[in-house]
Design a binder for this molecule. Structure first.
Ligand SMILES: Cc1cc2nc3c(=O)[nH]c(=O)nc-3n(C[C@H](O)[C@H](O)[C@H](O)COP(=O)(O)OP(=O)(O)OC[C@H]3O[C@@H](n4cnc5c(N)ncnc54)[C@H](O)[C@@H]3O)c2cc1C
Ligand SMILES: NC(=O)c1ccc[n+]([C@@H]2O[C@H](COP(=O)([O-])OP(=O)(O)OC[C@H]3O[C@@H](n4cnc5c(N)ncnc54)[C@H](O)[C@@H]3O)[C@@H](O)[C@H]2O)c1
Ligand code: SF4
Ligand code: FES
Length: 804
């Protein structure tokens, strides 16, 4: 049978999902041609926020690569826009003059960003945030300019603003309404969100109406209706979107705000369907992927001639993708008239939860500060669950057994885990049990769960853990650590444990390395894994370490070394300073510099002088070269600062003394600030502490380097002792599950904050982790003193070993 010709206009998320669904039904029904205006294969638009925030790269957000089109015999025209649909000829015409006939046509042209018709809106430096091109404009601007203004305090505007902050820009959000995200949040949640984002460094101008964008060729600022102005050299417009309907309208297809479709996504023109943000169903054009994917499924069944349940509209739920902020909103979230609400508001901890009830049914919810219950509430809203037999408050705050159990354990099989892709817990369990999926990536490939915004990854990991029990490994990734072996990190660590391996060579022999000697990638990694598994028995193989770690000093451009002595919590005294000054003079050290980590760096030390310098300094190594704890930066705190509510120096010194010398997969930096002003930059450290009234907030996964990342709030604790206990357990879990050379910022993204929290919530696990941490710390000896005391090591390092 000859295949029918299917043409898709719009190579975006909804259109291509419809094609995927069609191919699932049958690969032989259609000859498929796709037109896309953008020059890329189909990519995950949602993750552009993460690209801007520095968490991922453009190259990593492709959903269907070029090979996928080829493998499925799809003719793809990228960088080519369809300009005309000719219903009589049943053909489309592109801007390159190409004419392609169709038997069935799908219009999935998405939306266009709404650009305020302001004077100056066409100036250089004014952009929307919709596609890769816009993202590139912002990334580029951040390299040369400092002041960004984002117009629109909705989901898109706030995600853009967070990204620009991460890129080092000074960011102001101009919002027309009195509170943020007013389309998704009530006033209380909107204000809490504003407070939290202000803490992160965002500035806000509320109820502000922009009148003009001024500047010469490039934007220089914004003028407002009240006569005030704001300087800006980048302006991002995020004031909503409009369904992209021009092509359909000009072709005579019925349109309203969007292209009007029926319950099977058919337009009023025979053989022409529409799906995605451009389509309007029952008066609603949708702007989130979950409903668009539901539409794509119905369309696929219908176009393939299968019996399909009609599309009946979608209830929406949203989450803001800004790290450190938990915001969830679903359904009809405003109370009033016939709707009553139930609220919990913990002002001290900044937690606000609200459900909206219509009679006995939950119709909406807003969560701020703790969105763990989001999925459960969303399922109840979608099912229009009757709660007349339930103690109402337990819906917001489960008590007893339910509160203690993991969230996924208490979910029923039909409850949705991945909102974007509509994947239920039951479907994930089925993929684990019947298709042998053992990792989040495998589940993604089998079910599409976690394929879009990625927000459900921690829950998917929890379902895996629940279903696989002891066979589950949070960091299960089937990725060989290097070309010398096919084994992943987990397989190597398991091999070391199960077979009792104690040397690098033994690991390579027993676990079947392809190259006898290993390489510069696997030798240091195996060295670390061996030390991590057997801290007491394993003797570190110095030769497998990188040169700086072998020499316990950082080699410089000219072959000399830099030496950084430990200064606990950045605190020093006259004796230490005197000794440092004497050493500088005695060894003619050319540069003395204060580091960003609050200590003193001696640059230009000759290799032969290193042991003598260490001896004269009589201070511990600052490990400025190692994959270990570097510094604990502190502010002066309550001892001297009038804002301080906690003893930041005290906690910082205790932390540094306890964890110094700890071997970790990558370097670890900490900071302790005694109040939310965070002078020690606690939000951008691997572990950061911020003093609040009555305790500490602990942030994790922050990074201030090439991939800037704001830390996520792990816990709030009351005492220094609790802070130390959580830190020990957290660091040990990182040591045990991260890949060698994986920073905590990348690790927490991979395994998920919620997953780590679920491990640390368990008191027994915390105790066990701390016990293993104490064992690892018990073997620490200061390496400088060790070298000085061992003539053999001194001779080997400073007389025979060449540095390469
Ligand atoms: C930064 C950002 C973050 C987001 N985050 C989330 C989120 O967290 N969760 C969520 O659910 N949603 C999110 N969204 C929204 C989500 O990305 C969209 O709902 C989704 O991409 C819409 O899919 P679509 O296929 O309808 O449109 P699109 O993905 O826009 O695809 C339409 C494609 O058609 C092309 N096209 C248009 N006209 C023509 C023509 N005439 N000829 C050829 N090609 C044409 C366009 O160039 C475009 O590539 C986000 C959006 C952005 C911009
Ligand atoms: N996490 C997510 O789910 C996510 C993230 C980004 C984008 N998106 C989607 O992308 C689309 C676009 O997002 P959006 O935030 O632009 O749309 P939006 O309509 O949700 O928000 C636009 C905001 O801009 C404000 N606004 C309107 N005119 C203004 C003006 N003149 N000055 C200042 N503020 C003004 C509005 O009050 C509104 O809050 C939406 O469909 C959204 O759902 C979703
Ligand atoms: S973080 Fe707070 S307490 Fe610490 S120095 Fe800054 S203002 Fe003072
Ligand atoms: S909830 Fe967005 S990918 Fe699963």
């Amino acid at each position: 049978m000859e295949k029918k010709k299917l043409v898709l206009i719009g190579n975006g998320m909804a259109g291509v999902r419809a094609i995927e669904e069609i191919l699932k039904v049958s690969k032989d029904l259609f000859d498929i041609t796709i037109f896309g205006s953008e020059p890329h294969p189909n990519y995950n638009r949602i993750l552009l926020s993460k690209v801007l925030q520095g968490d991922t790269k453009v190259k990593d957000i492709t959903l269907n690569d070029w090979e996928w089109y080829e493998e499925n015999n799809i003719t793809l025209y990228t960088g080519e826009t369809v300009t005309k649909i000719n219903p009589e000829m049943m053909a489309v015409v592109s801007d390159k003059g190409r004419v392609v006939p169709y038997d069935e046509l799908i219009i999935a042209t998405g939306s266009v960003p709404f650009i305020l018709p302001l004077p100056g809106a066409d100036k250089q430096g004014v952009t929307a945030f919709r596609d890769i091109k816009d993202t590139d404009i912002m990334l580029e601007a951040s390299k040369n300019y400092k002041k960004a203004a984002v117009i629109g305090g909705g989901l898109l505007g706030l995600e853009a603003a967070r990204g620009l902050l991460n890129l080092g820009m000074d960011v102001s959000v101009i919002h027309i309404a009195p509170t943020l995200m007013e389309r998704q949040l009530d006033e209380t949640a909107g204000r809490l969100l504003q407070k939290e984002l202000e803490k992160q460094g965002m500035k806000f101008l509320l109820e502000a109406q922009t009148q003009e964008i001024y500047g010469a060729d490039r934007v220089e600022g914004l003028k407002f209706k009240d006569g005030t102005h704001l300087e800006a050299d980048l302006v991002v417009m995020a004031v909503g979107i409009k369904p992209n309907i021009e092509l359909a309208k000009e072709s005579g297809i019925a349109v309203n705000r969007g292209i009007i479709v029926n319950d099977f996504l058919q337009t009023d023109l025979p053989h022409v369907y529409s799906v995605g943000e451009c389509a309007e169903h029952n008066g609603i054009p949708y702007g989130l992927v979950a409903p668009l994917y539901e539409q794509a499924k119905v369309l696929a069944s219908h176009i393939c001639g299968q019996e399909a349940a009609p599309y009946q509209g979608s209830v929406l739920s949203t989450q803001l993708k800004v790290s450190g902020v938990e915001v969830f909103s679903a359904g009809d979230f405003m109370d009033g008239d016939d709707k009553k609400s139930l609220k919990i508001f913990d002002e001290q901890d900044g937690i606000y939860k609200k459900i909206v009830l219509k009679g006995n049914k939950i119709v909406g919810a807003v969560l701020f500060g703790d969105s763990k219950e989001g999925n459960r509430l969303f399922s109840m809203i979608k099912k229009e669950a009757d709660i007349s037999d339930t103690e109402k408050i337990t819906i917001l705050q489960p008590v007893g057994e339910e509160a203690g159990a993991s969230l996924v354990a208490s979910m029923s099989a039909d409850e949705i885990i991945c909102g974007c892709n509509g994947v239920s817990k039951g479907a994930i369990v089925q993929a684990i049990q019947e298709k042998g999926c053992t990792s989040v990536d495998a589940i993604k490939a089998c079910t599409s769960a976690s394929r879009s915004c990625g927000g459900c990854k921690p829950l998917v990991a929890d379902v895996l853990q629940l279903t696989l029990g002891s066979e589950f490994d949070a960091s299960a990734q089937k990725e060989a650590i290097c070309g010398c072996t096919t084994l992943s990190r987990e397989e190597i660590v398991d091999g070391i444990k199960e077979k009792g391996l104690t040397h690098i060579r033994e690991v390579m022999n027993v676990l079947g390395w392809e190259s006898e000697e290993g390489c510069s990638k696997c030798r240091p990694a195996v060295n670390y894994y061996l030390g991590m598994v057997n801290p007491k028995q394993y003797e570190d193989e110095r030769e497998s370490r990188f040169v700086n770690e072998r020499m316990h000093a950082n080699i410089q451009k000219d072959g000399t070394y830099s030496v950084v002595p430990r200064m606990y919590g950045g605190v020093t005294n006259a004796n230490e300073l005197r000794r440092i000054a004497d050493v500088v003079e005695k060894y003619e050290i050319p540069l003395v510099k204060v580091t960003g980590g609050q200590r003193i760096d001696l640059f230009g030390v000759k290799k032969d002088d290193l042991p003598k310098v260490w001896q004269d300094l009589d201070m511990n190594s600052g490990y400025a070269y190692g994959k270990s704890l570097r510094t604990v930066k502190t502010c002066v705190g309550e001892t001297f600062c009038r804002f301080g509510t906690q003893d930041s120096m005290g906690l910082g010194i205790d932390l540094e003394k306890k964890f110094e010398g700890l071997q970790t997969p990558h370097k670890v930096k900490m900071a302790v600030s005694a109040c939310p002003r965070s002078c020690a930059e606690s939000g951008f450290k691997d572990i950061g502490f911020i003093g609040i009234d009555g305790g500490w907030e602990i942030y994790v996964g922050g990074n201030g380097g090439t991939h800037v990342r704001g830390g996520d709030l792990l816990y709030k604790v009351k005492t220094d002792q609790e802070a130390m206990e959580i830190t020990g357990a957290y660091l040990q879990y990182y040591r045990e599950t991260a890949n060698y050379l994986e920073r905590t910022s990348a690790w927490i993204e991979r395994v998920g904050l919620a997953h780590v929290q679920s491990v640390l919530d368990d008191k027994n696990k915390r105790t066990e982790l701390n016990a293993r941490m104490d064992e690892a710390l018990s073997v620490y000896k200061d390496p400088w003193k060790e070298i000085i005391e061992s003539k053999k090591t001194t001779k080997e390092l400073f007389e025979t070993v060449g540095i390469s």
